[in-house]
Design a protein around this ligand. Structure first.
Ligand SMILES: Nc1ncnc2c1ncn2[C@@H]1O[C@H](COP(=O)(O)OP(=O)(O)OP(=O)(O)O)[C@@H](O)[C@H]1O
Length: 993
């Protein structure tokens, strides 16, 4: 166990080499690809950094592929992890992972024999890399780890070897618990450690500290804590009690729970419901295409082989509904009056010969037993036979009939995911028992924080999430638990930063910096000359929000550490110009800027905007040279550009992902702007970091020394400014781990009128209305986008309107107005041409696909019609709508839906034009329970229940709360319970590379 921590630390150290990777894989394999989040995350972080080096060194294609896979490592199953490491082993030159393990074992053995082993572990290197972690003669390192149930003997052996040969003594678990206690008494939860089997942390410590406490009595006490009754005291958390301390379970059940990872009460309570069955609202009126919930009985379950490579499972569920077609409301399902039965056909399809075997079919059909009472949710589709409905994307949960009846009246019924073969009902039962043992005083959060941030008490939060009175309570409970996740993360990070600072004054300044927004920006007078000149060249003035954003960014740019900032703002709020100004600021000091966008079309558009602004500079102003680099740039041209970037002749480059190609070398890249950054993977974004710059005398930039001078002599990764109108999960993960700061643009440029939005059914009348509105718009000088879900008509999806198919008929209908066509199959020149013609008014109607969704800016486009709008997500429609309403003229947007059933979902767009609200609504509309279930958009693996789209504000509050606490007590001495809780949570951010 201990070596794994050592290796992770080493991995992040300068001295990291391939043998460390071998050792780490060796330990990972020995430990059975342990799936504790914190650890696998660190492991994958370090693999990632290693692979990144390979990629950037040799453009190794296999490594490139693995890089993509690695992001899933921490959430992958054991077998996937094993396969992945196998691939890495092969890449490293081993036959397979067994071969690697074998080699490594032999190597270790030979090193032990020759006492070379110590060379692998150098405390000074680690200390240099992690000031916050103390080793050697300082106090302890707290690398929190899940201690596996079975510790590999080989590891134990080796850990002793590390200790004895490195001078630090590393004895058994009990003795380091003692040492911990003597070194850090306030971290009292450690006292509750009973044995090495159940405690999630890992400590390295120094020999002399270890000697400090050898009090046998204390040790005895610690061993006995597991036998104490389950209650909260300031010195031990109920949550970290061993699962075995729960009364009333058989030893087989304890074992079963522990085998599934439920070592502690906390683990169990954090097994949240996947969703809630809202039985009071089950069986509302049946509307085709709607997401509905039913309670019924399984009538049959059959695995059917349809052909040699195709099979399906059909489960038929009978549901009794009130016999009133207009008003099918639930009633007592045991009653008999005035009822009719409807039949739900739940179908699941399997392709592939292995899915047609009888054993497979028998196994799938046996999952559902005749007579089982089930709760079914999903979308319904009418079948030909009366009262029969088909459901394809569905969820089925078996429920106990008595519970069901009780819950119809009571409130939301939690549905748990099963885990490692443990049945949801069993888990639900144990969780209910645990809930009864919780007490109000178990909450480590100070009362004033609870009050200030309107939070539920922790005990109520656990009860609320597992056994809510109603969905509101479940929501509040969820909020509290997410708050905690974010809060402790923020608290941990700020705590470490404060810890590293010497004087109280330094600490205060740091807290002030985080608290006081004003301090993080520079005033306008301090903007550079070039930035001010650029500003003057703009045809408009900045909005207050834009101005603040620029000031904040410039503040960051003036610091000697790389900025990592996310610029957020709704569509059309004017993020681009803010980024341009940031680029001017660094260019003014003689550095270079790169502006990366996801599409060539956008690159061209930004480049042309930039040129037009630069052209408006006064005659005697010095204009920086800018270039455009995309996949379509000719070889000759790109050679010139690459040379210009290398020598420093080119100050700024706009382009697509070609900017991060290995051959692109900058002389002094200081800022990388990444527009619509969620379109780029983390890895792609990270690649800018490999383009370090160094300021060497030989690299003289032609346009440098406009004002500032190149003072920095060191190598430094460029500042990164990411921009997004729609944040995505990874972004938040980055915001959390990568220390990303946020800047919001909150207002729109002046004079923008709200876009009038209509949601209509795409039937004959609907189209007639739309065509009339288009005519009105065109007559008054407007321009119209028609957006299609597909380029060509398709036999499989005849209901979808296609851009090319409609071109003729629209041209016919609107004679006198030129039509243009823009879609993804056109070459970049054709696309650019089509867009230019539309921009300059040669065409007045543009039939396009989603290619226009991101960033396309034609300010005088005033109307948009989206065909088959039901095919798009709400957030996507909002982005599309953002293409109009970008000028002073009032604009309208019409969403046409081909089915009446989806109109309600789309209507939310009529009510709101707030991107964050809509992202939230989108999430909620996808169906109940999506907030807790995993694998949905917005899910951040390390935060099981947080969703980016709607929980960003909780992160903000948690940040403020953490500041508040630390302001009161820098070292948390005043909040021992908080300190204890912090020590028990994994410091997710510490070890990222
Ligand atoms: N302060 C301002 N006053 C007037 N117009 C502005 C201002 N700032 C930006 N604009 C204009 O608003 C339009 C939208 O700006 P921009 O393309 O930068 O928005 P964005 O936030 O990047 O939008 P999207 O998310 O759609 O890409 C552009 O035509 C731009 O010229």
């Amino acid at each position: 166990m201990a070596q794994v921590a050592t290796l992770f630390v080493q991995a992040c150290c300068k001295g990291f080499n391939e043998s460390h990777l071998t050792s780490a894989i060796y330990f990972e394999a020995q430990r059975g690809y342990c799936n504790t989040f914190g650890r696998t995350m660190r492991f994958s972080n370090f693999l990632h950094s290693k692979l990144l080096k390979w990629c950037s060194r040799s453009n190794h294609t296999s490594a490139q592929k693995l890089l993509e896979e690695i992001s899933y490592y921490s959430t992958a199953s054991t077998s996937e992890r094993s396969k992945f490491l196998n691939k890495i082993s092969v890449l490293m030159g081993y036959t397979n992972i067994q071969d690697l393990v074998e080699h490594e074992r032999n190597r270790r053995q030979s090193m032990v024999d020759t006492s070379d082993f110590v060379d692998e572990f150098d405390f000074s290197v680690i200390r240099g890399r992690f000031q916050c972690i103390k080793v050697g003669d300082s106090s302890l390192i707290g690398l929190y780890e899940e201690v596996p149930e079975q510790v590999n003997l080989l590891e134990l052996e080796s850990s002793d070897q590390y200790i004895t040969t490195s001078g630090a003594r590393w004895e058994n678990f009990d003795s380091f618990v003692d040492a911990w206690e003597s070194l850090s008494p306030p971290i009292t939860d450690i006292n509750s450690l009973a044995s090495r089997e159940d405690k999630p942390f890992m400590v390295l410590f120094d020999a002399q500290h270890q000697q400090a406490n050898s009090d046998a009595e204390t040790k005895e006490e610690k061993r006995d804590t597991s036998k104490e009754p389950l209650k909260g005291t300031p010195t031990e958390s109920v949550l970290d009690k061993r699962i075995r301390s729960l009364p009333g379970l058989t030893s087989r059940q304890y074992r079963q729970l522990e085998d599934s990872g439920f070592y502690t009460v906390r683990k169990l309570l954090h097994h949240f419901p996947r969703t809630y069955a809202d039985l009071q609202h089950a069986q509302d009126a049946i509307v085709e295409g709607h997401y509905l919930m039913f309670v019924g009985t399984v009538l049959s379950s059959r695995g059917i082989r349809a052909s040699s490579s195709f099979s399906f499972l059909e489960v038929i569920v009978g549901c009794k509904l009130q016999n009133d077609a207009e008003d099918c409301k639930i009633e007592d399902i045991c009653g008999t009056e005035n009822k009719k039965t409807i039949y739900l056909h739940l179908k699941k399809f399997f392709r592939g010969t292995r899915f047609t075997s009888q054993p497979f079919l028998r196994s799938i059909q046996s999952k559902y037993k005749e007579g089982d009472c089930v709760y079914v949710s999903g979308k319904v589709r009418k079948m030909r036979t009366k009262d029969h409905y088909e459901m394809r994307e569905y969820n089925v949960d078996t429920v106990e009939e008595e519970e069901l009846n009780a819950n119809v009246q009571r409130g939301p019924y939690p549905l748990y995911p099963s885990k490692a073969g443990i049945k949801p009902n069993f888990l639900s039962d144990i969780i209910s028992r645990v809930l009864k043992t919780l007490t109000i005083d178990m909450d480590p959060m100070p009362d004033e924080i609870l009050k200030d941030f309107n939070l539920l008490n922790l005990c109520d939060a656990y009860i609320g999430i597992h056994c809510p009175m109603n969905l509101n309570v479940a929501g509040l409970a969820r909020r509290r638990l997410i708050f905690d996740d974010f809060f402790y993360l923020q608290l941990g990070r700020l705590f470490q930063m404060l810890d590293a600072l010497g004087t109280p004054m330094d600490k205060e300044t740091l807290l002030d910096k985080y608290k006081n927004h004003e301090l993080n920006s520079v005033c306008f007078d301090d903007w550079s000359k070039l930035t001010k000149t650029f500003l003057k060249a703009l045809p408009y003035s900045l909005t207050p929000s834009q101005q603040n954003a620029v000031s904040e960014i410039i503040w960051d740019l003036k610091r000697p550490v790389p900025m990592n900032r996310l610029l957020q703002g709704d569509v059309g709020c004017g993020k681009t110009v803010v980024a341009f100004l940031a680029c001017m600021e660094v260019i003014n000091s003689g550095f270079q800027a790169a502006f990366m966008v996801p599409t060539e079309l956008l690159a061209i558009q930004h480049y042309e905007h930039l040129l037009s602004f630069l052209e408006s500079f006064g005659g005697d102003e010095c204009r920086p040279s800018v270039a455009l680099l995309t996949g379509s740039t000719s070889t000759k041209q790109s050679r010139t550009i690459l040379k210009g970037l290398q020598t420093g002749e080119i100050a700024m480059v706009v382009g697509t992902h070609s900017l991060i190609a290995e051959k692109v070398e900058f002389s002094a890249l200081r800022i990388a702007v990444i527009d619509e950054q969620h379109r780029f993977g983390v890895i792609q974004r990270g690649k800018f970091n490999s383009k370090l710059y160094s300021v060497l005398p030989s690299l003289r930039l032609n346009w440098r020394n406009l004002e500032g001078s190149l003072e920095d002599k060191a190598y430094m990764a460029p500042h990164v400014l990411a921009m997004s109108a729609t944040p995505i999960p990874r972004t938040l993960a980055l915001a959390l781990y990568g220390d990303m700061s946020l800047t919001h643009i909150t207002d729109l440029p002046p004079g923008r009128a709200p876009i009038e939005t209509f949601v209509l059914e795409g039937n004959e009348i609907g189209f007639e209305n739309v065509f009339q509105m288009m005519r009105d718009e065109l007559i008054t000088g407007g321009k119209v986008y028609l957006v299609y879900p597909v380029i060509d008509e398709s036999e499989q999806l005849p209901q979808l309107r296609a851009a090319t198919a409609d071109f003729e008929s629209i041209s016919d209908k609107f004679k006198g107005y030129q039509c243009g066509l823009l879609h993804g199959r056109m070459s970049i020149d054709e696309k650019d041409d089509a867009l230019k013609k539309f921009r300059y008014g040669e065409t007045r109607i543009l039939l396009a696909t989603q290619v226009i969704e991101i960033g396309v800016d034609v300010p005088d486009a005033t109307m948009m019609v989206v065909m088959n709008a039901e095919r798009f997500g709400i957030a996507q429609l909002h982005q599309l709508r953002g293409r109009v309403g970008r000028g002073a003229r009032k604009s309208k947007c019409i969403f046409l839906s081909s089915t009446s059933g989806t109109l309600d979902r789309l209507k939310v767009l009529e009510r709101s034009s707030d991107g964050f609200y809509l992202a939230n609504a989108d999430l909620l509309l996808r169906g109940p329970g999506n907030l807790l279930g995993k694998k949905q958009s917005g899910h951040i693996p390390e935060f099981p229940i947080a969703r980016l789209e709607i929980d960003g504000n909780i992160l903000q509050e948690a940040h403020l709360a953490a500041l508040k606490v630390l302001e009161k007590s820098n070292d948390l001495q005043l909040f021992p319970k908080l300190r204890a809780e912090l020590s028990m949570r994994q410091p997710l951010c510490i070890l990222g590379d």
